[in-house]
Design a protein around this ligand. Structure first.
Ligand SMILES: Cc1ncc(COP(=O)(O)O)c(C=O)c1O
Length: 379
């Protein structure tokens, strides 16, 4: 099997599986119970939270365990929106966000009467910083923009976003979806208020994530009724999942630069080989793109058919973000980049890992060439 869909999810790191299965029957006590068993699990969960805080260079109580990044994004955006509604009801995001940000903003607009400004990108995925600058107002309470785009892989300039927002309105909170950056590129949380992370994108468990929220930023909880997560997320803690997240993160951050270098080289190699084929267009910008993602169009071929054809070689890639594969339209991100519909509607997302081998890439390239030969163009 050749798995090239690491942006959708990753296999478990065997070390994570080992720790999880070892502790599964042992660590069942409720960390909020006051007896010895409860105190033991609480202490391990606290230790995990501290280790994660250290790795992210934030404080212990700035790490909130969640069920994943979709929840973390909702918690950040709605939490800030409801908390600071008396200051203003204007929120800024981009047109290319993951659906858990985009649809959340949309819901705030439609159901709760907030005003949302969507910042555009150019054909290279470059965020329109001038539009951002113009959009920030006195009543702007939140700017939520992702770091690395999950469909095309372009990288948004967090430091420049921060500079613009802070200069224009120091009271505006900044939330960054860092799901596709953690464990892949260096990240810096020092200047931002909130950030979202997901464990299953870094070889960890599904249903596990983090919202980093600075103590200087307040949020209204989405789930009330318990003291868990500093009164911000009620419900019995998913204790073992939260405990193994520290190990997951440590392993993902290990040798980050070596992994990045390796993936950069593979990305280069793959791009060079793919582009040799007629009718292949690479949508991920060469500069300013994550080396982990290559969004590529096989013009004239239906992406779903192409993906299923590759399956015959036991090769697994995506048509687009896993959260929107059920919709038949062209990816919103490619549309916003004003990619020609004939190109955009043939797009496939290939995503790499430091686990990917040269041999896998060569087999993939051969399978692509065979597929282009064998499949009839559909439009
Ligand atoms: C950029 C981005 N944000 C958020 C999410 C949602 O993460 P989760 O699956 O943990 O809810 C994803 C997952 O595809 C993503 O790529």
């Amino acid at each position: 099997m050749i798995y090239l869909d690491y942006t959708a999810t990753t296999p478990l790191n065997p070390e994570v599986t080992k720790t999880y299965t070892k502790l599964l029957n042992e660590l069942f006590a409720n960390p909020d119970s006051i007896h010895k068993l409860g105190l033991e699990t609480e202490s391990l969960m606290n230790k995990s939270r501290q280790l994660i805080a250290d790795m992210l260079h934030v404080k212990y109580d700035e790490v909130l365990f969640t069920s994943g990044a979709s929840e973390a994004n909702n918690m950040a955006i709605k939490g800030v929106a409801f908390q600071y509604a008396n200051r203003g009801k204007h929120i800024i995001t981009s047109t290319c966000e993951h659906s858990s940000v985009y649809e959340t903003c949309h819901q705030l607009e439609k159901v709760f009467g907030y005003e949302i400004t969507y910042i555009n990108v150019d054909s290279y995925g470059k965020l329109d910083l001038e539009q951002l600058n113009q959009a920030i107002r006195k009543d702007t309470i939140l700017v939520s923009i992702m770091h690395i785009n999950n469909e095309v892989g372009f990288i948004n300039p967090v430091d420049q976003i921060v500079k613009i927002v802070r200069e224009k309105n120091p009271l505006t909170k900044i939330h960054i979806d860092m799901v596709q950056s953690l464990g892949k590129v260096p990240i810096d949380l020092s200047q931002i208020d909130l950030a979202s992370f997901s464990a299953h994108k870094i070889y960890g468990l599904k249903g596990s994530g983090i919202l980093m929220k600075k103590n200087s930023c307040q949020i209204v909880p989405l789930i009330s009724g318990g003291q868990q997560e500093f009164n911000l997320r009620a419900g019995t803690s998913n204790v073992l999942t939260n405990i193994v997240l520290a190990k997951t993160m440590r392993l993902a951050l290990e040798n980050l630069n070596d992994k990045l270098m390796k993936v950069k080289q593979m990305n280069h190699y793959l791009r060079e080989r793919l582009i040799l084929n007629e009718g292949v267009v690479i949508n991920t910008p060469l500069t300013n793109g994550s080396p982990y993602i290559i969004n590529v169009s096989f013009v004239g071929y239906k992406p779903e058919v192409f993906v299923h054809e590759l399956e015959k070689y036991e090769i697994y890639v995506s048509t687009r973000s896993a959260c929107s594969t059920k919709s038949n339209q062209m990816s919103r991100t490619l549309e916003m980049m004003k990619v020609d519909p004939a190109i955009g509607s043939s797009a496939i997302r290939i995503s790499l890992s430091a686990l990917t081998s040269q041999q896998e890439l060569d087999t993939f390239i051969n399978a692509v060439q065979e597929t282009m030969k064998n499949l009839k163009k559909q439009r």
